[in-house]
Write a protein that binds this ligand. Structure first.
Ligand code: A3P
Length: 344
């Protein structure tokens, strides 16, 4: 598709259409009334930065290639980690020398584009591909959209989806700290942020970007059971426990298994080490600068622990998450469960 054709297609989502749709959708505000969310197709999404328009564009115009590899995730469940692992596995023959990996010069979010924002949106701060056709195959892409909102061609083509899920308690803590930072960048340092209790309530009722959390995960979980060749579901905690095993699984899933020679040469260990949070945190490229205007690069690397929630959530919050059936009914009912504490 030429650039002109692309522009023409993009115009098919007019400002009026977005405006009308926006007006018809339920809305809530969170973060002390400073962040508006709209409910689109059953999930809450930010109404910021033309997000709805770029989502419509993504849904209508994206044509998946059979070779595409698409990471899907709920925010703060390990997306950045999975991006760096996938990028390293797929590009290992392009950069056989460890010192040449683009991860040393680019944040993982600059190497694996988020479709509804980086590709179809306009909140872009780093070099944007002219359009998707310019990306070499296999294209590595990412989305926070729930499974039911994905463009049809992702479902019908032979492209593959890699989802990463995480236990809800660590996710809510991670999302809280990330959101507070983001809001301070948007609103100024004196932004009066909600307490953990207030934020927990919003998470619990699903009112966070791309929530409800459980529905998001269960949608992909069910698909991973129904179509295991199409959707691979990682759990942050399992990946953390056995990185070599899951990196091998990832490589097999994307059709690029490691050879015995590579294994004995330590290629997998090198990838695990390169992508470890301790290493990524220390890279200059990840220490300063922002992504999409408000998201500090360093804020994607906080603690990276399983069970950090024990330091931040009260027993009653944990109890509520359990008893009010979110975890028990929805997760157990679908055979999806998570480790809540580190096994080390
Ligand atoms: P914490 O806030 O609990 O530390 P996302 O990438 O989806 O935004 O998720 C961010 C979470 O993943 C943060 O969790 C972050 O520290 C953690 N994370 C980022 N890179 C990681 C890595 N290489 N290994 C393990 N965890 C990582």
């Amino acid at each position: 598709m030429s650039e002109n054709q692309m522009k023409k297609e993009i115009q098919q989502v007019s400002e009026e259409e977005v405006e009308q749709l926006m007006q018809s959708l339920p809305k809530v505000t969170i973060m002390n009334n400073k962040l508006e969310l709209v409910n689109y197709q059953g999930f809450w999404h930010p109404s910021l930065a033309n997000y709805l328009k770029s989502t419509l564009l993504f849904q209508r115009h994206f044509r998946a290639r059979n070779t595409d590899l698409i990471i899907a995730s709920f925010p703060k469940t390990g997306t950045t980690w999975l991006k760096s692992l996938l990028f390293s596995v797929v590009n290992r023959f392009n950069y056989p020398n460890k010192d040449q990996t683009p991860l040393l010069k680019h944040h993982p979010h600059e190497l694996v584009y988020r479709l509804e924002v980086d590709v179809y949106g306009n909140a872009f701060e780093y070099p944007q591909p002219q359009h998707l056709d310019d990306l070499p195959s296999p294209r590595l892409l990412h989305t926070h959209l729930p499974y039911t909102s994905l463009p049809e061609s992702i479902m019908t083509s032979r492209c593959r989806v890699l989802y990463i899920g995480r236990n809800p308690l660590d996710t809510v803590v991670s999302l809280y700290y990330f959101s507070v930072k983001m809001m301070k960048n948007m609103e100024g340092e004196d932004f009066r942020h909600p307490s953990m209790e207030e934020f927990f309530e919003d998470f619990y009722t699903g009112r966070v970007p791309h929530g409800p959390f459980f529905e998001h995960m269960v949608g992909y979980w069910n698909q991973s059971l129904e179509r295991p060749d199409k959707v691979l579901f990682f759990k942050y905690e399992d990946l953390n426990d056995n990185q070599v095993f899951y990196v091998k699984k990832l490589a097999e899933f994307v059709g690029m298994p490691f050879s015995t020679k590579e294994e004995s040469q330590g290629v997998i260990d090198d990838i695990v080490e390169m992508c470890s949070i301790n290493n990524m945190k220390e890279l200059e490229v990840n220490k300063s600068g922002v992504i999409n205007k408000y998201f500090e690069k360093e804020s994607y690397f906080r603690k990276g622990e399983v069970g950090d929630w024990t330091h931040h959530l009260s027993p009653s919050m944990v109890e509520r998450m359990n008893t009010l059936s979110l975890m028990l009914e929805k997760l157990e009912g679908t055979s999806l469960s998570f480790k809540m504490l580190s096994s080390q």
